[in-house]
Design a binder for this molecule. Structure first.
Ligand SMILES: [Zn+2]
Length: 292
């Protein structure tokens, strides 16, 4: 089986071929040019599909909230204008006749980790991705839990500080305003006056002022995880996002989380996502392979 798998992100559309053993080959990317809108993204994808031969299935991981049954975008922010309502599955299938699966990017990554990566062998777990915001996904008994409108697992907007900082969702005190990678970048800037990205922050780890900001930020991560552990009682929590490649973070999260939890919940381990950039494409390809 030859699957063409896409990962539509805010800056890049990544894609690759995937065989029946889920080996990704010919990985490529083109700019998303998100500001040009959803219709242009679909045009760009259609051009790529039409340039490929003998495709049996198409898998699409995309930003935005996705109705994975209909394969359409139920909501996307203004970062991709006009993307809301785009019937991706219907458009691609009617133009090409190739069976297509569409899923939200965080859910796709969670499926990638569940089947091939850090959560392989675990039936129930939660996944969090720490980046600009905090994305989440919930796996229960081997299945993705999507909620009544395909939106479950928005862990970035659980409230960790009632009445706290304003958030992109319009609310206040959301977890991602304190514990996302962007929150760390902002906190370092506030404390030092310097703009640094995640990598630069950890290059300056020995600077006591920066180390202190990192430690406070890890406490914020733990506050949210503690609530989630009490809700889901998971054996593992998969933590993704480039920043989580810093070993110090997951080590400290595990140490501090254990101290916070009641004894019966202490089995939980926070583990790093393993599939990196490929998780989304693998998850989408896996869903596509399951279409009858
Ligand atoms: Zn929020």
């Amino acid at each position: 089986m030859k699957i063409l798998s896409f990962d539509i992100g805010g800056t890049e559309i990544k894609y690759a071929f995937c065989d029946e053993n889920f080996n990704l080959t010919e990985k490529k990317s083109v700019p998303t040019n998100a500001h040009e809108g959803g219709a242009r993204i679909i045009e760009r994808i259609m051009k790529i599909i039409k340039g490929c031969e003998n495709i049996d299935r198409i898998g699409i991981s995309t930003a935005g909230q996705v109705d994975s049954v209909k394969g359409e975008i139920i909501f996307a922010t203004d970062s991709i204008p006009g993307y809301t309502g785009t019937k991706i599955k219907e458009i691609i299938e009617s133009e090409t006749g190739i069976p297509t699966a569409v899923e939200n990017d965080v859910n796709s990554a969670a499926i990638g980790e569940a089947v091939f990566g850090a959560a392989k062998g675990f039936d129930s777990f939660i996944c969090l991705t720490y980046g600009t915001g905090i994305g989440g996904a919930i796996f229960i008994d081997g299945k993705l839990f999507t909620g009544c409108s395909f939106s479950a697992g928005e862990f970035g907007h659980i409230v960790s500080h009632a009445g706290g900082k304003g958030c992109t969702c319009g609310g206040f005190g959301c977890y991602e305003a304190y514990a996302s990678a962007s929150a760390l970048v902002n906190a370092v800037k506030e404390k030092t006056g310097k703009s640094m990205n995640g990598r630069e922050i950890f290059e300056n780890f020995e600077n006591p002022q920066i180390k202190n900001v990192i430690d406070c930020w890890i406490d914020e991560i733990v506050i949210g995880l503690k609530s989630l552990v009490y809700i889901f009682n998971p054996k593992i929590i998969v933590a993704g996002g480039g920043i989580m490649n810093e070993q110090y973070i997951t080590d400290e999260i595990n140490i501090r989380l254990q101290k916070e939890l009641m004894p019966s919940f202490r089995k939980v381990r926070v583990v790093k996502a393993l599939m990196g950039n490929d998780a989304n494409k693998l998850g989408a390809a896996y869903l596509a392979s399951k279409i009858n």
